[in-house]
Design a protein around this ligand. Sequence first.
Ligand code: SAM
Length: 190
Amino acid sequence: MAKRVCPFWVGYLLISPLRTLFQNPDKLLKPHITSGMKVLDIGSGMGFFSLPIARMVGAEGKVICVDVQEKMLKSLEKRARKAGLSDRVETRICHQNSLGLNDLNEEIDFALAFAVVHEVPNVTQFLDELFNTLKPTGKLLLAEPKGHVSEKDFNRTISVAQQNRFKIIDNPSIPRNRTMLLKKEVSLKN
Ligand SMILES: C[S@@+](CC[C@H](N)C(=O)[O-])C[C@H]1O[C@@H](n2cnc3c(N)ncnc32)[C@H](O)[C@@H]1O
């Protein structure tokens, strides 16, 4: 069955400043993101996390925001311009079945996939593509809303991630969400 993509108008609700009261991007992401990093925000929507990430990476860093909906990205670009952050925010439209990030092989320090995996039709391919973009030291934070994703379904996503060579390092507490912090399981064989 086709997965339902978040309607465009919901994008406006997701950037509400009130959301910061229970999901503060600085508190959630500052432990993982430092100045100069190259970060992916997958399923960025209108950029509730992307703009704070752009501030965290600073002028030397970059946040690459990927979404299937052009209208979400257009709104994000407008918000980035208004905030004076366009120089470090890149937007990329993708397909439901492919992120199209082959050019970023092992370039990404940190990837965020917040409230997007349950909308993705092929989770194995999605995680495989993300895995390839990460540096050997790279990390991926997955968060899925409890209201949309059962514990069983979330555990299934984590199993797929482990089959895709991700290793669990933590499950940070984010109100109303199921979360997992993952890293690349780098083989020591050579
Ligand atoms: C619920 S919204 C979350 C937006 C943002 N991450 C946040 O937390 O505010 C999900 C977003 O994922 C995007 N999306 C859905 N399927 C996708 C896919 N296969 N690849 C990339 N983005 C996708 C939707 O267009 C939407 O903007």
